[in-house]
Structures are given as structure tokens and as C-alpha cells.
Design a protein around this ligand. Sequence first.
Ligand code: FES
Length: 580
Amino acid sequence: MSSDTATRSGERRLRSREWFAGNDLNAFIHRSWMKNQGIPDRMFDGRPVIGICNTYSELTPCNAHFRELAEQVRLGVIEAGGFPVEFPVTSLGETIVRPTTMLYRNLVSMDVEESIRANPIDGVVLLGGCDKTTPALLMGAASCDLPTIVVSGGPMLNGRHEGRTIGSGTSVFAMSEAVRAGTMSECAFRAAESATSRSPGHCNTMGTASTMAAIAEALGLTLPGNAAIPAVDSRRRVLARDSGVRIVEMVREDLRMSAVVTRRSLENAIRVNTAIGGSTNAVVHLLALAGRLEVPLELSDFAEHSQDIPLLVNLMPSGDYLMEDFYYAGGLPAVIAELGDLLHTDARTVTGRTLGENVESAPVWDDDVIRARRAPLRKEAGIAVLTGNLAPNGAVIKTSAASPHLVRHTGRAVVFHGMDDFRARIDCPDLDIEPGDIIVLTGVGPVGAPGMPEVGNLPLPKRLLERGVTDMVRISDARMSGTAFGTVVLHVAPEAAVGGPLALVRHGDLIELDVPAGHLRLLVDEKELHARAEECEPAPVTETSGYRRLFVDHVLQADRGVDFDFLVGKRGTAVHGDNH
Ligand code: FES
């Protein structure tokens, strides 16, 4: 079978017709078994078949309301004359999955890609919410390149507890440190649990889920306003239904994902990510997405396109508010309108209009939540890219979440090899560590962990917390939660486990971090480093079989998006061979 093709009359033939048109054995079987669901014969008359790709799971609490959302999409598809078919793909609950959802992002993307290709689908609606679900959906769909629209699940309502606003992740990390410092009781900590997550939806801070929803909108892959509408707001359901209508039109217009996600829209996404104080995880996800679409994008593009972009959105972890406030303040359309000529406003979107046209009448209703360009939260606040002899292929730091007094800092390294070593020693009374030191963690990159877990925002030593220390420079080949904060250098590439220089750092070495200059240097002379490299034993292979073996054998480094080498690129939707 082939993907959709032009007929003699010049009309485009939908790929679903390869399954449902005609009167041969295969067509009989394809239609007949679908009819056991009560689908009437008229639905096989050539109308576009729309896949509703659902990451619903009770084990992904952030996406647990997706059945209702999918139903709204279904109504929209029918309203527009399409044939909706919902299908599940593997879901990833960030707070539940062990050891890390990042180990499975690529696996889910394969599930998405192969499910789309193997089935009679002409266009697809992607239902994503929790951190890795959105990038996995985007990557899988990109490799197929059908008309594609994204509907995000929306954020939870604001957390409120004992008169305070508490945000997902950000407040939890702060409260956890307060318990360790002895300034908050364990009882009070437990009581805050229910108040933190009090409605359906994903994390309500500008964490990775909110970031990826905003990025999907900035890329032009969603209807305007998608990123911020709270999960429980009826307007989220309206947006889902409208998206169902629009995807049918997109199939008729043959408006494919690759026509929307281009080099220019990726640059827009990088700039918007800077203006919203978005997650460092956006870096690996955008690099992987660009790879799937065969659009050149480098780590250095993040440095270049973040430049001169102010931080406009005052949300935790970089600011004070939460996603619900962001929606009431105008949401992402207001940010895009405010950024104006700092973006490629002529970039095409799924609406059929440009990004600029989509936000023509998008006001800011609260200028403390969404700042004007002339009065930003910070003038320059992007994700900085660092290079130097400690990170030859780069590392990143979220400057908006870093302490200003630490962004230029030279300190003594205190080194830990893996999280077991860290947990065993960080609170040892005899650990030689002072506030000006730099905590280095190795062995937590894509291959080393494996899966590059979100452990980079390491907890500070209890002893120093009790002395009032609130931040220290931390460096690792790991990632960190988008809800986290601190002067945290991440994604060091190449990672220690594949022979990166991070593996050569010894306790007491001096390290120089200079974020404004983009430097990360190990101040040890070349001869000594060479001698250490000679002595360095390669990390033993612990993953001998199964999916984890496939992962470590094929995963790319952080500067290449942590995708699998064999998944990079578009593969279209052509399928050869019949099943009967
Ligand atoms: Fe799902 Fe944060 S845990 S979005």
C-alpha cells in the first residue's frame, strides 16, 4: 500500500482509501471488523479518517482526564465530516515511572510513529500533557509527517495551602529543603500534598509540561491559546472540539506537519521558551524533533536565538505565579503578540494563518504576570549554552533559575559518581564541602544512568542548608525538572560514561563557570588530564539485554537530542504489503 497519492483527475487520494475503498477481500475485512463497533457504512465513503492519539492512563495522573478530551475531539471531527478513530499509545507518568520517563520517550515515539503508519489514518490529533508525552507524540508524528494538530491536557489549578500559593515541583522542592533544614515539620509537609495537586491537569508551574505545551503552540501546531487553558476550564473542551474540526480541514488542505514546523518556527520556539522561562528539557526535545523533520538545528542555535529575548512571563520556578494566572493574564497569544518582531510572525500555523495573524487581538490583562518588553522580569534570561574543556560538545544552564551571584564562579569540585554515591555521602558529617564548592555528579547521562534522569538539581548538604545556604553550583550530565531552580549546569556532553571529561574531575580540582561568557572549564593542565584519561577505565556494560540494551547501544548524546540514531529522519507513511 502507499501513502496518499494523486488520482488521474488530479484529486488527492486519502491513504485511508487503501484500506476502506473497493470491494475485494481486504476492503471487506477492513470495513467489516470496524463495523462491529457500530460504525455505519456511510463512514467509509471517503471522508478523512482522523486518528486521535491518546496518552490517557491512570498511571499518568496529569493525563487522566483525556478520555473526556478525546470525546470532544471526536465530536469536532464528526462535525466537520471526518471519521474519528481513537487509539492508545504508551503513556509516561513523570511522577510515577521509574527510573525515569526519559528512558522511554523514544520508545513512545516509536509506538506513535508505527501506530500512525500501520493504520488507515489521514490526519492525527495528538493528546499530550505530562512532560514526555508531548515530545514523544511530536517526534513520532514528525517521522510520519501527516497533517497533525496538538491538543494539550492543560495545567492543574493553582495549589493553595495555609494561605500560600504552592506550585507543582517548585514549591515541593523548596518545602523538601525546608524539612531538611529543620524549618518545616514533616507533618506540615505531608499536609501540603493534597493542596499541591487539587484538580486534573499537568504541573501548574512553567515546568516541562507547560513548556512543551507552549512550544507546541509557538511552533504553530495548536490552536491559539492551547498552552495555558486550565485542564478543568470548559474552554479547554471547546479547544479540543475546535481542533477536531480543524484537523479535518487540514487533511483536505494537505497541510502537513513539515509545512508548519520549519527552521523558522523552531527558532520561534527557542525564543518563546526564553520569554516564558521554559524548561531546559525543551533543548533535548526540540533537537530531537528537528532531527526527525530533517531540519538543521544545533545546540548553538539556543544560545544565538535566546539572545536579547527578555523574560516576560512571571511564573514559577523563575517567578511568582502559576499557569492559571498565566491564562487569565492572556496566555501565550499575549506573549507572542508582545514579542512581536522578535519572532518570525509570518510562520505558518495549523490554523492556516500565520503566527502573527493568530494573535492580532491578544491583550495582556495582567502586566505583572505577563510583562511588557520595556519592563521584563529579566532582560536576558535564556537557556545559556556553555562550552569548554569540561563540556566540549556543550552543556546548558537555565539562567532565569540561577542565582545571579553564582553565574560567574570558580570553586573547588566535590565529586560524586552516580546517585547511590551521592545519597550515601552528601549528608556525611565528615564530607569535605563548603558553600563555595561546586558539586559534580557523573554517570547520570543518556548512557550512564541510563536515560538521563532529572537529578541535576541535587539537594544541598543538610549541614550547609542549616547554615542558611540556599544555592550552590551543581554540574552533571543529567537533566533537571523544569520546575526546579538553582545554579545548575546540565546536559554536559559528551557524558562521563562515554569518556567525556566530566569523568576526569577529581575532588578539589578547580572549576570555572562563566555563564555570560559561555564557559565551563576544568582548571587542570592538559598533561594531567591526559594522564587521567589514560588511567580511566571504560564504564562496565551493565545493560546486556532487552530494551535497555537497545537504548544504550543507540542513544545519542544530549547535544543531539537523546534520540536513537536509527530514528532520526522522516519515514513517511508508505506501507508495503497487505495483511491478508
Ligand atoms: Fe506530569 Fe509534571 S508530573 S506534568
